[in-house]
Design a protein around this ligand. Structure first.
Ligand code: AKG
Length: 339
């Protein structure tokens, strides 16, 4: 992922339905407007208890108790945890991933959904192709991936909130800053798996002090393509990666085997559950086989202060990524924070 400075944006402050003032970011040149609205993208599947007890998959349990509210920015009241720092840090260091259930307050989660809806309906139609990928570009409801959402004023503030930063710094054991955001979707009945990969193959950071926080926006299970981690793989170095045919995921582990699959842990999640993985943790996801349910998530990447980019490796990755995009039909493949 690239370090990027924010382009100029302007914002208007409008009262929200409950009387609070919320920022509405406007991108330069953006029309404000009656654009087609993709309501299907915002339907949140109702929490289903049965998805938590699917016996066919192993479930990762979080050991974190969410408790008191912290803080301040009026539009964002995240929760803090009171569990011992050492417990979740130790779990993260051992497994290479951690699950925190119900990370945001319900109000914050609802606001995130609302702002994503605004972004998708108003901003995405103005973005270059490299920042928003569709399964089928002629069908807006098949939007499958977006990056650099933090160019929008609301999200620029949202990702700086201490709830994210504190957790990231705690898990990395050093000050951490957000390097970028992504939004992932597997629209219903679209055949795109997430290839097995390690994020730091793309990020090229040494030491690999980088994590991805992946917040579920829908109920996620085996049917709609839950994330699958290989516990402990973050301590086993980077595996060889090769070009994939999956738009948005340019590289995947080229020697992924049945032995790797046998070690996978499938993570079931409810909307607002936060999955965090280390940059070297191997993960993948199957396609969404549901014909009705989306599988959406909002992701933030945090980098520790000691991490430095290997520029040569990163250039190689960018060239390969942009060639892959062009081979898959993306015009003028701008180099984005791509996987
Ligand atoms: O949502 C997905 O399928 C992929 C997510 C991912 O690879 C990541 O967040 O690092």
């Amino acid at each position: 992922m690239q370090s990027r400075s924010l382009p100029a944006t302007t914002s208007a402050s409008n009262p929200s339905p409950d009387g609070r003032r919320v920022s509405r970011a406007i991108h330069p040149g953006q029309q404000r407007p009656n654009r087609p609205r993709f309501h299907r993208l915002l339907e949140v599947s109702p929490p289903s208890q049965s998805s938590l007890v699917d016996p066919s998959v192993k479930i990762a349990h979080d050991r974190v108790t969410l408790s008191h509210r912290i803080l301040s920015p009026p539009a964002f009241r995240a929760m803090a945890t009171t569990s011992p720092v050492s417990a979740r840090q130790a779990e993260f260091q051992t497994q290479g991933y951690l699950v925190v259930r119900q990370f945001l307050t319900p109000a914050d989660f609802a606001e995130l959904q609302q702002e994503l809806h605004r972004y998708i309906t108003q901003v995405v139609p103005t973005l270059p192709e490299g920042d928003a990928f569709y399964h089928d570009r002629s069908r807006p409801e098949t939007l499958k991936q977006m990056s650099r959402i933090e160019n929008d004023l609301f999200f620029a503030r949202f990702i700086q909130h201490s709830a994210w930063t504190n957790l990231a710094s705690e898990l990395l054991g050093e000050p951490a800053t957000c390097q970028g955001t992504e939004w992932f979707n597997k629209p219903p009945a679209t055949d795109h798996p997430t290839p097995p990969h390690q994020d730091n193959y793309y990020f090229c950071l040494q030491p690999p002090q980088v994590i991805t926080m992946w917040l579920a926006l829908d109920a996620v299970d085996a049917e709609n393509g839950c994330l699958r981690y290989i516990p402990g793989s973050h301590r086993e170095g980077l595996r060889p990666h090769g070009r994939t045919k999956t738009l948005g995921f340019s590289q995947g582990i080229s020697d992924y085997s049945d032995a790797d699959r046998a070690r996978e842990v499938a993570i079931l999640a409810q909307p607002n559950d936060l999955l965090i993985h280390h940059g070297n943790t191997i993960h993948r996801a199957d396609p969404n086989t549901s014909t009705t349910r989306h599988r959406r998530s909002f992701a933030l990447v945090f980098r520790g202060a000691s991490a430095r980019r290997d520029d040569v490796a990163f250039r190689r990755y960018l060239d390969s990524s942009s060639a892959q995009q062009e081979s898959l039909g993306v015009k003028n493949a701008a180099v984005a924070m791509q996987r």
